[in-house]
Design a protein around this ligand. Structure first.
Ligand code: GBH
Length: 482
């Protein structure tokens, strides 16, 4: 049993900023106010069976109207950085023309953050493509990459004077392969070649937007956020398991890391794709654009994967939402690969809790990609859903989530002590919110949201995070309540 009183607190390195993250569609609501038009998530949420419970982001956390309260909450918790996203469909409802009223919301939010002493961190794309652009092809269409660079310039014109940290894309793997291959996410297509077209054009959009922002202001801090995994072979002596781990690493991590940091797609991945009649639609000059130098790499880490070419004895792990639509693997060259449970504790998403995987991931990316490029790392997301049970006052004694945060910040400090230049850790998420295909069923917040009253109540995990920030230390384990 944890003995909190006796364990010494571990100091946080001064360079490590502690923050929280959210995304526009998951918290804002107000989906048709002040000129905002449909994004692909508004349209997808209307497909029967696409989202658990038929939910959508129409109300979500009503952050569009409650942003002042939410900034005050962050100030109370002491968070140093707030990572949020702008909704493309709010900024350019038709995917082309700037909407001043939409931009004004983000200007007010940013000013509120600055007044509270919180550093704003802007993500341009967290999955909400304007539906108007999906109707002319979406991310599989090359023109969407050009549209994205224009959108970046419009946001910069409104916010460039007050925001220093800019992230182009959040998790392009999810946009491409959950959106266009497994179909679990908007727009819900299931076509491997279109998913690969989307992956390439997302990367091209990142590169073109980075070039554009850099030309507008050379002093901006620019980067991209990737969701990455640590793929371990179940049997490290079995060549088939080693090959399964290689293929998952190629499709999840190196497909994005290699063009950004080395200006080329991995040769083994291109071979795996060609063997299945698939390709990446590269044109002259694309790879140079994608490799435009960046300043920061955001790592979103939730869990690693133990993979094998052989099916497990028990059911394989799957994180797909129980939507009523037909299932497909999100990996275009993932045939014959199985994820094995390792007997680790799992969250309410079914994801294994594996903090040491985060240390290993950061060390590997540092050694192979970011250090040679002079790029610093941020953990731009890490968090956990648990089945929260509020008391009469709405307080949630979420000891498991508190322990999850503690262990993962500790894992980041391990990486820093091993010499990795990690500058921040942003917990996902500030608030319970719209968890995509899972609707409101899964709660990741440090703060509980009552979706009837929209009241916010800081959970025990939020209080622990607040204490870690105030004390600049990794808290010792909590004592469970008697
Ligand atoms: C993040 O993505 C999102 O950025 C955020 O919006 C979201 O709310 C949050 O996480 C919580 O879900 O089993 O091999 O198919 C989640 C990243 C990527 C984690 C896919 C689970 C499963 C891969 N997810 N991964 S696989």
């Amino acid at each position: 049993a944890p003995t909190g009183a006796s364990a010494a607190a571990r100091p946080l390195p001064p360079q490590l900023l502690l923050g929280v993250a959210t995304a526009a569609y998951q918290i804002e609501g107000a989906t048709h106010r002040d000129g905002r038009a449909d994004s692909i998530w508004d349209a997808f949420s209307r497909i029967p069976g696409a989202v658990v419970g038929g939910e959508s982001g129409e109300r979500a956390c009503e952050h569009y109207d409650r942003y002042r309260d939410d900034v005050a909450l962050m100030r109370e918790l002491g968070v140093q950085v707030y990572r949020f996203s702008t909704s493309w469909a709010r900024v350019q409802p038709d995917g082309r023309t700037a909407n001043p009223a939409g931009l004004d919301f983000y200007r007010r939010l940013t000013d509120e953050l600055l007044a509270a002493g919180i550093t704003p961190w802007l993500t341009l794309y967290h999955w909400d493509l304007p539906q108007a652009l999906q109707e002319v092809g979406g991310w599989p269409e090359r023109d969407t990459a050009l549209r994205f660079a224009d959108y970046a310039a419009d946001v910069h014109a409104a916010l460039g004077d007050r925001i220093h940290h800019w992230t182009t894309l959040n998790e392009p793997w999810c946009s491409a392969f959950l959106g266009y291959l497994s179909g679990e996410h908007a727009p819900g297509e299931q076509n491997p070649q279109r998913a690969l077209d989307a992956a390439h054009h997302l990367l091209l959009g990142h590169g073109l937007a980075t070039q554009r922002l850099r030309s507008l202001d050379a002093s901006l801090d620019l980067g991209i956020t990737l969701n990455m995994t640590v793929a371990d072979p179940v049997d490290p002596h079995d060549p088939a398991d080693l090959d399964a781990a290689r293929r998952i690493d190629a499709q999840h991590n190196r497909l994005f890391l290699d063009p950004i940091f080395r200006g080329a797609y991995p040769a083994d991945l291109l071979d795996d794709l060609a063997a299945r009649g698939l390709h990446l639609p590269v044109q002259e000059g694309d790879l140079a654009a994608i490799a435009t130098p960046i300043d920061a790499l955001g790592v979103n880490y939730y869990h690693g994967d133990a993979v094998s070419a052989h099916p497990p004895a028990a059911a394989p792990l799957s994180s797909a939402a129980p939507s009523e639509r037909p299932k497909r693997s999100p990996f275009p060259a993932g045939d014959g690969i199985f994820t094995h449970p390792r007997g680790l504790p799992v969250t309410a998403m079914g994801w294994e809790v594996q903090p040491e995987g985060l240390t290993r991931l950061l060390r590997r990316i540092d050694a192979e990609y970011t250090r040679p490029a002079g790029v610093v790392l941020y953990v731009t997301e890490n968090g956990a859903a648990y089945t929260d049970v509020p008391d009469a006052e709405g307080f949630v004694d979420d000891i498991e989530r508190a322990e999850f945060v503690r262990l993962h910040v500790d894992a980041v400090v391990d990486a820093i002590e091993a010499g990795v230049d990690v500058r921040g850790y942003f917990y996902w998420s500030l608030l319970d919110n719209f968890e995509w295909a899972w609707g409101y069923d899964k709660r990741f917040g440090l703060v509980r949201v009552d979706y009837d009253s929209q009241s916010r109540t800081v959970k025990r995990s939020g209080r622990l995070y607040q204490a870690m920030i105030a004390g600049r230390s990794v808290a010792p384990p909590l004592d469970p309540r008697p």
